[in-house]
Design a protein around this ligand. Sequence first.
Ligand code: ATP
Length: 647
Amino acid sequence: MEKIVSLCKRRGFIFQSSEIYGGINGFWDYGPLGAELKRNIKDLWWSDMIRQRDDVVGLEATIIMSPQIWKASGHVDTFADLMVECPVTNKRYRADQIEPQSGKVYSFTGAQWKTHHAPESWGPIGQPFSVLVRKGEHSEKAKKVAKEYYLRRFAAGVRYPDESLPPALAGVDLASGGGVPVWKPGDPPLEIELLGESISDVADSTLFSPDSGARLNKPRPFNLMFKTFIGASEPAEEAYLRPETAQAIFAQFKNVLETSRQKIPFGIAQVGKAFRNEVTPRNFTFRSREFEQMELEFFIKPDEVVEAICGKVASVAEAFGVPPSGGPEPAKAGTPNPQPSTLNPQPNWGWEAWHKYWVAERIAFYEGIGLPRTTLVEYWQKPEELAHYARATVDILYKFPFSKRDEKGELTGEELEGVAARGDFDLSQHERFSGKPMGVFDEELRAAWGKLDEAKKAGLSKRYHDARLKYLTKMGVEQAKAEKEAKEDADGLAKGQYIPHVIEPSAGVDRLILALICNAYSEVTETDDKGKTETRVMLKFHPRVAPIKVAVLPLLKNKPELVRKAQEVRDLLRPWMNVFYDDGGSIGRRYARQDEAGTPFCVTIDFDTLGEKPELKDTVTMRYRDDGKQERLAIGELLNWLLPNIR
Ligand code: ATP
């Protein structure tokens, strides 16, 4: 990772935000090459998800929205990480990210402070405290950290026991402060004496600070939303920077449905900034505080509706014609996932088939931009990991160099994207909070319902009713009201009404950029004619994502004919792709610079181009990044050759 981070800075992919002011933790800027890479990724996603399909449309919503949205979505109440704080360094950590530690724990029942000015004075600090000392660390560390802790308690004015009094201090009149003069800054240094030491062994504990070893404070929830204020009125109206792009899609669902001539099933997609006040931003851009998301909400008919219309919901095996792989059980070897090219959505697909379809589509997207399947992991969340409204969630992981390793030493991968089956939770929440109906009218359902026999109607109504009731009671709606609403919802089926369910593939732009850079990074060692070896870096980006598609290089910069011809070639290609013109330095050096930037193709204009060998007139050298091979191509064919290779 260190090499990658330094390359990113050196070549202008990613810089620390506000670097000249010492940086700001969790914020990153994209330099010239990074900005191109990012644009390519967002464009490819937009094209793949929207332009190449008939059933998805786009949205570009605001970052600041009504705070009600975040109440309805649950973010105000529950979008929090449990956070722990080191009482010595004040550093904060996410409670679930503390690495287990083993070693000896030095515990103290309390301490007393002393000063040596006349009259000598002292007083108790009664708080118990412990420090973990790992193998190989000196036990003196425990005492040093503990003294620092008590000194801080003292400075904070906490000099008396919070709970019970350590025996060493029994009998001291604490109510009057023990008759002790208070220590002031400028007084002779304060001495801390530790009391009641005991030592014990501990294994795999997450209770101690990874840095100081101090016992961490109790975990407390920390809401990750950034707050801001709207307008000048007092008290100012509080709002939030969006922590995800998805909610705007739900809030605008009806407007989009009514204006886009789409029918369920269809999707709404959005790309944009999201903000989370992460407790511990880390792993370069992987966990940032400001980042970009690419999210699709794909709205589908509830299974009861599919069954009413089609008679039966297709099983996953029926839908794809191959045995289902994945699922809560690990995928069995030899049961390949359905391949997107063979997938043709059908009216009888229920949520399971749609969910699998989107997982397969998204993995295919990653493969199509150069992440090999072997670097990706399809991780099915276990039932206990699922959000309460989710029926299934698949995380698509990439094996980053900083990922954890399993028992076999294999990288386990970190989340690039989550594909969640969210039921009708989101639209239902917005319906309840806004008071605006979020359901749809489906003529096909209304017509089909009339033809069902009574037993079938009753069965489907009951299932729909029970699901709605479960949701409403879980959300705390009072029983009688929940019963009434669930019945109304189930009665709606006969009129062709229902609240759509949703499948949500939600990806991060920045994490994908990092994965692409990690994947592209390679080193080549070459030996020249004189036996000198040199190792240089090459970024083997897929041409679709490469920031620069082609570099145009005149062999010599002091030959006006060469320069003129090269500029002609540059201008020919420019309207179609990002072209880089470079005439500085030896040709070998220029190739190496482009290899490091990840440019897949270099075009060199030489004397043959100008007709030195008449049969080569108006041809150029095309040089390939990955194998260094070169061939001659006619300028007239260049565009037709390049376009399919970069798209
Ligand atoms: P994590 O568990 O890693 O915090 P998450 O499950 O909270 O992620 P989602 O809420 O599902 O993430 O967000 C969807 C996508 O947005 C993630 O898969 C990831 O690519 C991206 N993302 C989320 N948080 C961050 C972040 N702090 N920095 C960069 N990308 C992020």
